[in-house]
Design a protein around this ligand. Structure first.
Ligand SMILES: [Ca+2]
Length: 345
């Protein structure tokens, strides 16, 4: 589920957040939710949503306790929880079924994928792997009504600025002509083949089949073109791998490799990676690729040992950071990269 990164929307969020501080939510139930809706409605109107859409949507909104419950189960709600091993996660997410169906999707969409890769420089296999991870190639796209889910999460308040912005973006999609019936997705507001949030849809969704509509719900071509566009926008560099598996010599001095900067975004994820070094420097330290040749000497990478010392480690380039931009989890990004490699093989 990719997040919006535009400065303009950040300012809008700050403005909306300031308004929401004036009238905090009361009890976490439908009565409290209904009492909160006029605030949300005023925020939507202030953000430019049409009166017609506001009048169509607000009378239909009821509190969805289930999405709030799911939100509270998220790992970021429990920041001190231990990090599990990667190997079992990888076995579940890069399994034979997902690889085989990925190869089928890859072959089926080959002409389209090749055209998008020519245009964007984003590898066909990476687009397919994102699609496979997000929705199992369009099979599982979520069944929650987005306006209701997002309004409930905005009301709940743990991440009010984010969910208010996404609720407003959903109404703007309706203003653009997307029917309410299409606005169905995951409990946290992601929808369609790429599982875009509404603000990301407004900014980055693309028409891949030429019918003039970015239909990421039903068109595989639109889904893949939109994922490619997201990756270009996030800074994918053509011709550089995402990363690759390596063996690390037992005697390597890990404390000297530690990353000494703090990432402004999801620092816990970035903290697990080493400092940046060139391929030439990693080679000089005795690191050995497990199944490919070295990229160019000047390509930079960090080292991640997700299962600790002595297990398979990974060198990760700037393109890995682009996958993290889509979904900031090392396990997600590693398994997308590994699925892409397996689909291509
Ligand atoms: Ca289309």
């Amino acid at each position: 589920m990719p997040f919006s990164r535009s400065c303009r929307s950040a300012l809008a969020v700050l403005a909306l957040f300031a308004v929401s501080l004036v009238r905090p939510a009361v009890a976490q139930d439908d009565a409290g939710f209904q009492a909160y809706l006029p605030t949300l409605s005023a925020q939507a109107a202030a953000a430019g949503v049409s009166q017609r859409t506001i009048e169509a949507v607000f009378p239909t909104l009821t509190y969805n306790a289930r999405v709030v419950e799911l939100d509270r189960q998220q790992p970021e709600s429990r920041p001190n929880a231990p990090i599990p091993a990667f190997a079992p996660y990888s076995a579940r997410h890069v399994d034979a079924d997902r690889i085989n169906r990925g190869r089928t999707a890859y072959q089926r969409a080959r002409a389209r994928l090749a055209a998008i890769e020519r245009e964007t420089g984003v590898p066909e296999s990476i687009m397919v792997a994102i699609w496979g991870h997000e929705t199992s190639y369009g099979r599982v796209m979520g069944g929650f009504d987005l306006p209701r889910a997002l309004a409930s999460l905005a009301y709940e308040g743990r991440r009010r600025a984010l969910f208010t912005e996404e609720f407003v973006a959903t109404l703007k999609m309706m203003d653009r002509g997307i029917p309410r019936a299409k606005l169905v997705g995951s409990w946290a507001g992601a929808f369609g083949g790429p599982q875009f949030l509404p603000s990301v849809y407004l900014r980055l969704a693309r028409d891949g089949d030429g019918d003039g509509v970015a239909d990421i719900w039903s068109s595989d071509a639109d889904t893949l073109a939109s994922i490619g566009n997201y990756f270009v926008n996030a800074g994918w560099r053509p011709g550089v791998p995402w990363g690759f598996a390596v063996s690390v010599p037992a005697g390597i001095n890990r404390s000297s490799l530690a990353n000494r900067t703090t990432s402004p975004r999801c620092p816990r994820v970035h903290d697990r990676q080493s400092e940046w070094k060139t391929m030439a420097e990693w080679r000089a330290l005795g690191v050995v690729p497990q199944s490919r040749t070295w990229p160019a000497d000047d390509v930079l990478a960090t080292l991640l040992e997700p299962d600790g010392q002595g297990a398979t480690a990974y060198l990760l380039t700037g393109n890995y950071r682009v996958i993290l931009d889509y979904n900031c989890s090392n396990f997600y990004a590693l398994s997308v990269g590994l699925l892409a490699d397996a689909v291509e093989r």
